[in-house]
Write a protein that binds this ligand. Structure first.
Ligand code: PHE
Length: 329
């Protein structure tokens, strides 16, 4: 390898470079020889040698750039991976906002002394309705838009609420009980605030001298722990077959701040839960003495609470699994 034009690769280039710039290379020899020359000549030769060095360096650099460019093109053409490029990190997953909200609700009640119980999603008519004081043919059954496993006379259905866990718990334990019960529930209903599958958290307590003011205080405390501030609450008299008296609880609409919007249907309030004092008739099914014990129960919609918490106006977004939505949390 004698000249720049012979060099075919970066390593050829390096060996040609040695001929000029190496320890024993031409330029180095010339520089060493300078000291033996008379001063005038030394100046001339030195200047010429420097000029030659600059020209040579420029030529080497140009050749090097040429080689690198050629290499890049072959690599691109072959579709080879450039390992020097920064990697694309896989997107990290996280819990679904509904699971997180449900876990947060449960953890607040756990801290307030309630222990967690679960129940089956495919439930018997007896637990979902009958023992909750919905007699056969009672119109309140219609309000629940039930999915039956095998036609309306079927004994098995998709639970329409988490209240059957009240019965299952009371069947197997004696007072005092303080239980929180989260889970998926099903109703044949769908619009911007209803989904056919949604989640509830049930809570109930039975003991001597439990009163309505206990549930009122508990739920007020819960809301301030959940939303981090005192949001106005409204207790509205209502009806459930398994509680008497009963109330529905509304929270000020966080989408519009109470002014009225399409999410709160113009009312300024969003219903987040139902509650009441457990009806003595229910105690009859689980063999609790209604003269000795009283209890309260409540059931809340997890999606509603997640919507309030994150200011989301359409419940269906939670179930579309669009990553652009989910990755906001
Ligand atoms: N189970 C009722 C519902 O789904 C809510 C509720 C629970 C009401 C407990 C009162 C007591 O609508």
């Amino acid at each position: 390898m004698r000249s720049l034009s012979d060099a075919k690769s970066e390593s050829d280039l390096n060996s040609v470079k040695g001929i000029f710039f190496g320890k024993k290379g031409t330029l180095s020899e010339i520089m060493k020889g300078l000291s033996g020359l008379p001063i005038e000549e030394r100046k001339q030769v030195g200047a010429a040698a420097n000029a030659a060095r600059q020209t040579l360096e420029a030529a080497f650099d140009a050749r090097l750039a040429e080689f690198r460019e050629r290499e890049r093109k072959t690599r691109d053409a072959a579709g080879l991976i450039d390992v020097t490029l920064p990697g694309r990190l896989p997107a990290a997953g996280h819990r679904h906002p509904i699971s997180r909200t449900m876990a947060d609700i449960v953890s607040i009640f756990n801290r307030l002394g309630f222990s967690t119980r679960l129940g089956p999603e495919i439930e018997k008519d007896y637990y979902n309705f009958e023992a909750l004081n919905f007699p056969a043919d009672h119109p309140a059954r219609e309000m629940q838009d039930t999915f039956f496993m095998d036609g309306p006379s079927s004994d098995l259905l998709l639970r329409t609420h988490t209240s059957p866990i009240q019965i299952r718990t009371m069947e197997s334990s004696r007072p005092p009980v303080r239980v929180v019960a989260p889970g998926a529930v099903y109703r044949c209903d769908s619009d911007i605030t209803h989904s056919p599958m949604f989640h509830q958290v049930e809570g109930f307590a039975v003991d001597q001298n439990v009163t309505f003011s206990d549930v009122k205080g508990l739920l007020t405390e819960f809301c301030s722990m959940m939303f981090g501030e005192r949001k106005p609450l409204r207790f509205r008299p209502s009806f459930f077959p398994f509680t008497e008296p009963s109330a529905e609880v509304d929270i000020e609409c966080v989408i519009c701040g109470g002014k009225g919007c399409r999410v709160c249907k113009g009312s300024g309030w969003l219903e987040i839960l139902g509650c009441g004092m457990i009806d003595p008739a229910v105690f009859g099914f689980v063999d609790y003495d209604p003269d000795l014990y009283t209890g309260f129960a409540f059931g809340m919609g997890v999606e509603r609470i997640a919507m309030l918490r994150h200011g989301i106006g359409d419940i269906r977004l939670f179930f579309e699994n669009d990553l652009r939505f989910l990755s906001r949390f």
